[in-house]
Design a protein around this ligand. Structure first.
Ligand code: SF4
Length: 209
């Protein structure tokens, strides 16, 4: 039976994961439209508006088509902020296909979903996150913005278990941000904070989507 529920979608494409612990892994991406935050450093502002209403059936058909050419076993649901739309039916259908599911979220929203990997990326100014993510997050990704401080890193390191890596992600691989990320990493080490890592956006280095 066709599923009537629709989602607003900006794009569906295949690539590799450019950020975080899954960096470099072949992945199919579903980018949902809209975000409840408006970060000035956002590198996906094009996903704030527009988009196309697609039924779950249509999304699954597109994913299957992508997968024929690019047989990745992971799908990453991203945005924008994907959790401002109801993802229950989509994640259930992706699971029926046998996909591993990653969701990238700013963590201000929570839904009870069958998902393998949450990338949790709280945002300034308050770095708020829903409490469920202290158990669900596989990684916490912090964009190295002008606002990011040692106080924030310390606070989040205390709030998430040390088993969950906290990744410093320089903003758009810019030099000032890479330098600041390195400085924050060294400071974290000196303060005895555990499992803090530094990263870069691999897709910008490879110049792909
Ligand atoms: S939360 Fe993420 S998608 Fe939303 S505006 Fe901020 S950086 Fe962009």
């Amino acid at each position: 039976m066709p599923l009537p529920h629709t989602l607003k979608i900006t794009e569906i494409f295949s690539s590799f994961q450019g950020e975080g612990l899954r960096q470099g892994e072949p992945t199919l991406f579903i980018r949902l439209t809209g975000c409840n935050l408006k970060c000035d450093f956002c590198d996906t502002k094009y996903a704030w508006k527009g988009g196309e209403n697609l039924s779950i059936d249509e999304i699954i058909k597109k994913i299957k088509k992508e997968q024929k050419e690019f047989p990745a076993s992971w799908v990453c649901i991203t945005g924008g902020e994907p959790l401002i739309q109801d993802l229950k039916a989509l994640t259930e259908e992706l699971k029926k296909m046998g996909m591993n599911i990653q969701i990238e979220t700013n963590a201000t929203q929570y839904q009870d979903l069958n998902v393998d990997w949450y990338t949790v990326s709280p945002k300034p100014p308050d770095y708020f996150f829903q409490p469920e993510y202290t158990k669900l997050a596989k990684e916490v990704k912090l964009v190295v913005t002008q606002e990011l401080s040692m106080e924030i890193i310390q606070r989040l390191r205390n709030e998430f278990s040390e088993k969950i890596p906290l990744i410093l992600q320089p903003e758009s691989n810019e030099k000032w941000s890479i330098d600041k990320g390195m400085m924050l990493l060294k400071e974290s080490l000196k303060k005895g904070l555990r499992t803090i890592k530094i990263s870069v956006q691999l897709h910008n280095i490879y110049d792909i989507k």
